[in-house]
Design a protein around this ligand. Structure first.
Ligand code: BGC
Length: 757
């Protein structure tokens, strides 16, 4: 076996390609000088102040701090003991707080204003997992641009997004916030989102600094339970968890955020290996690392350090530059340095990184640059954003089933029963993590449908999804048992030509601290579905949810199923356009949908076991369940269209010997009767390797739109970066041997060819 060890040289080569132009270099030098000058004027206390971040006085996204602290926070801002605020937004608020820092503190260093602008600020795009289903990188970049434009007009200069955590576990509520299960797709999306938020010029008025979070492996929380321990091997860490973070560094992301979890015995916030060795040394990350909410303090609860002082010490030594809401930096770092327990050089390094981003944003030239009342008024909810978020929403929808072409619906002469509380909910479609949005600003499915006014609609709720108070910070009541609305829904269904049932999860049933043990329809919705089915089988099931659900009954019985996630402001319009065929669905699942929650974690890029196949009929000793299939309900990459596509002539044009490149081509034909778009996906399998490789790995994809009957040749290029992998020591290897290549419309693609390296 010949090994080609790319290691550091390869990594340098890849990152050199991303280097800023010469102009940017000069600019950077100037900024570095300014940072040094300022740093030399700062007292130790002022330096530590830059490393301190407080939450504002409006929204909380973690345990609420003791209210008595507010006065102290204000006092700290005025005395230069705060470097950044989170959860202060709106130009009036930002200006007022910035004024305290700039006009009252000794050095007048402006504050960073961070906020979770995850999928929009006021005009809301689909939740990130839904956007990932579009596989449309330009559209996702545009979505982040809109978010940055609105947020920056409201005083915000830093977003805590994108979340680039890979997750294979639908029980984990935060799967909604990421790009799904695949490291390649996740890396492409990470870059697109960062480019959207940060643009080409961070000092522009409409761009903001981005954050790659949560470093690292938060998506692998054991049993899908929020904040839980993570124990994974180095192969998974390097090949699955790290790639999107590495892509974020290549895209010049300005900050990283720690993860809440313990990774292989060490809390991520205090992990020198993660933050110093990998991120800052190996990847040469020049931005700064912010902790997660009190994740510095939580190292005590983890049993890693005995008190806040030790926590602050360990976090700084590890490389966490800014402390979000634990107060331990501001309370402990000064004496830790004075007592010789922390080298002041580490403090200087952290402060340099933070100041640099402030200079890059242009805050020293004008600390109030994002604080124009007129711009805010003009920008928030500007109708010019609506078309783009509508496009994004349409592209995010995945058609899961469409028996007998029930969809698209006829646009006139139909009596349509619309059933389900979500069909008439103006808030739930905004989804989770849209802290700046106003309640009730989403277009409902019912409103969207009614624009097709040549059909008659009868609406009945049937049953609630959740009951009682629905809030981001409070536990939801998910055990609705009230079936009093069933009778009306059933009677409406009886006389309808078609029934549209909008079922699923409330928008706040996913997101942080929203883990589930079940992946079914919450409350009595499954029962409602089955009761309605008894009187009318012509059902279109529209799902709204923030994670993959396991719905085997629906898959077996319901003729048409549409995955519509939480699609944001334009939700109902997008869904109606898909149901009526004004948009031919093109979404592809970014995460595997299981048959049963017991299969989780289930993901396409699994490895082979030693006993992958049934030896002969009736034998039991092979890798399987005795009560369920191994296969998913809907695989990664899957999604139907109102047309069909065929794939043929998969050719491997030249081999690795020429130019370290493998060229692959395939012919794609639209074999149906409508124009349509699909995502051509290329997977490889490295058959034998020194560290076993998955049965399939996505390595490239391309979207193609074809008229009925039209065909096109799609070309792919595979290079070392696609063909290699990281071994357990973190070395990148390209090993000789045989590879299989598969091309098709989802991860079960079986059109294959092979090549040798
Ligand atoms: C979340 C972060 C978020 C932070 C600030 C934490 O609870 O884990 O992702 O950015 O709160 O709101």
């Amino acid at each position: 076996m010949r090994l080609i060890l790319l290691g550091f040289v390869g990594i340098l080569f890849f990152s050199c390609q991303q280097n800023p132009s010469l102009n940017n270099k000069t600019e950077e030098l100037k900024i570095d000088q300014k940072v040094e000058e300022l740093l030399s004027k700062m007292t130790l206390q002022e330096k530590i102040g830059q490393m301190n971040q407080y939450s504002g006085f409006m929204d909380f996204t973690g345990p609420q701090p003791d209210k008595g602290r507010t006065a102290k926070k204000l006092e700290h801002i005025k005395s230069g003991m705060v470097g950044s605020m989170l959860n202060v937004h709106g130009v009036k608020n930002v200006r007022a707080v910035q004024k305290m820092a700039v006009e009252e503190s000794r050095l007048g260093i402006p504050l960073l204003f961070g906020f979770d602008v995850v999928h929009g600020y006021k005009t809301i795009s689909p939740i990130p997992l839904a956007e990932a289903a579009s596989w449309d990188l330009e559209a996702m970049k545009r979505s982040a641009e809109i978010a940055a434009e609105e947020a920056s007009a409201a005083g915000i200069n830093w977003t805590f997004a994108p979340m680039v955590d890979i997750s294979r576990d639908a029980r984990w509520g935060r799967a909604m916030e990421g790009a799904g299960e695949d490291p390649y797709l996740g890396s492409q999306i990470a870059k697109a989102r960062i480019n959207g938020f940060q643009g080409d010029d961070l000092s522009s008025l409409n761009t903001i600094a981005a954050t790659a979070k949560h470093f690292a492996a938060y998506g692998f929380a054991e049993a899908g339970r929020e904040y839980n321990t993570v124990d994974i091997g180095t192969s998974t860490l390097y090949n699955v968890v790290f790639p999107p973070f590495r892509a974020a560094v290549d895209a010049d992301v300005k900050s990283f955020m720690n993860a809440f979890n313990v990774l292989n015995g060490v809390p991520a916030t205090g992990d020198e290996f993660l933050l110093r060795e990998i991120l800052k040394e190996k990847w040469d990350f020049e931005g700064f690392v912010v902790s997660d909410w009190d994740s510095v303090g939580e190292m005590v609860a983890h049993g890693f350090v005995k008190d806040g002082r030790e926590a602050a010490k360990q976090a700084v030594i590890a490389g966490s530059d800014m402390d979000m809401e634990s107060y331990h930096y501001i309370e402990e770092l000064k004496t830790l340095v004075e007592d010789g327990e922390i080298d002041e050089k580490l403090i200087d390094d952290a402060v340099r990184r933070i100041l640099k981003v402030k200079y890059e944003l242009g805050l020293f030239d004008d600390p109030y640059k994002y604080c124009s009342v007129e711009r805010q008024k003009e920008t928030l909810y500007n109708t010019k954003f609506r078309d783009d978020v509508l496009e994004m929403a349409k592209k995010s929808i995945v058609l899961l089933k469409n028996e007998n072409d029930l969809l698209p619906l006829e646009t006139s002469g139909q009596n349509i029963a619309v059933i389900g509380a979500l069909a008439d909910d103006k808030t739930s479609p905004l989804g989770s993590w849209r802290l700046g949005a106003d309640e009730g600003t989403a277009i409902t499915v019912l409103e969207g449908l009614k624009k097709y006014d040549k059909n008659n609609y009868t609406y009945s709720k049937g049953a609630d999804v959740v009951t009682g108070e629905v809030s981001f910070t409070r536990e939801l009541n998910v055990n609705n048992i009230d079936k009093s609305g069933f009778a009306r829904a059933i009677s409406a269904a009886k006389s309808a030509n078609v029934v549209i049932m909008v079922l699923g999860e409330h928008g706040l049933q996913s997101g942080e601290a929203r883990s589930r043990t079940r992946l079914d329809l919450p409350g009595v919705q499954q029962e409602l579905l089955e009761e309605v089915y008894k009187v009318n089988k012509n059902i279109v099931l529209v799902l709204q949810n923030g994670r993959p659900l396991a719905l085997p009954w629906a898959d077996e019985h319901i003729p048409a199923i549409v995955e519509a996630w939480h699609l944001g402001t334009e939700s109902g319009n997008a869904i109606a356009k898909v149901l009526y065929g004004a948009y031919n669905p093109s979404g592809k699942l970014p995460m595997t949908f299981p048959r049963h929650v017991g299969q989780v974690p289930i993901y396409y890029n699994q490895k082979s076991t030693g006993r992958p196949k049934l030896p002969s009929p009736g034998e039991v000793f092979w890798s399987h369940y005795t009560d369920e299939k191994n296969s998913p309900l809907y695989p990664f990459g899957y999604g139907l269209s109102y047309t069909t596509f065929s794939f043929e002539d998969l050719k491997v044009k030249n081999t690795y010997t020429e130019d370290n490149t493998v060229l692959i081509s395939v012919k794609v034909t639209n074999t149906g009767k409508r124009k349509g778009k699909t995502t051509v996906q290329l997977y490889i399998q490295d058959e034998f390797a020194s560290v076993t490789r998955p049965l399939k790995e996505l390595k490239s994809f391309e979207q193609v739109e074809l008229e009925a009957g039209e065909n096109r040749i799609i070309n792919f290029k595979l290079k070392d970066e696609h063909l290699g992998f990281y071994n357990t020591k973190g070395e990148f290897l390209v090993e000789k041997g045989s590879f299989n290549v598969f091309v098709g419309e989802d991860s079960q693609a079986d059109l294959s060819n092979s090549f040798e390296l």
